[in-house]
Design a protein around this ligand. Sequence first.
Ligand code: VGL
Length: 206
Amino acid sequence: MIASIDVDPQKTFTPLCPSELPVVEGDKIGPALNKQAEKAVLRVLTKDAHPANAVWVVDKPEKMLAPLDHPNADLTWVSHAVPGTEGFEIIPNLPAVTEYDHVIWKGVEPDLHPYGACFHDIQEKLSTGLIEWLAVKGVTTILVGGLATDYCVKTTALQLKQHGHFDVWVNLEACRGIAEETTIAACRDMSEVGIHVIHSLDEFPV
Ligand code: VGL
């Protein structure tokens, strides 16, 4: 059974929200996510949902990516994906949230800033239930796309692979990365553990 996961396809990670975390072409991946979902029986959406008073928030982009001495918030970021704001909304061309088979909201607590959708905490003790839900549904193969390749897509794919029972495919045509260097490193890290990193759905055998 195949599932597809749309990782954080939210306006906050697109040029539609220039003061949040704009990823080049982040708003353009909707059709590629829909195309990969056609290969799947189940479709999952994950969303960042951060409070404005989170411990990792800084007021200027220059202050971002500073290491934090905090167990579950490793770096500073500008405020993003705050429920009720435009940045929280999903990008154009995707189905309504209620059309998905399962939805994960993550990073709701002010002191938790997870990247992966499988755990609420960076220490990976507190499951969001995503892995368990996929397992109960009998999912064996997972197609992953979304934003951003170098952070939330990478960590979600690694967590799914680490579970040990899923065949994990990251479809780059349905992803965009924040920075080139970290995106290249992310693809290498994923490939090294046996995740299939493909450039388009044509490489997916099903
Ligand atoms: C993300 C940076 C900060 C992501 C989230 O969704 O990839 N990146 N927060």
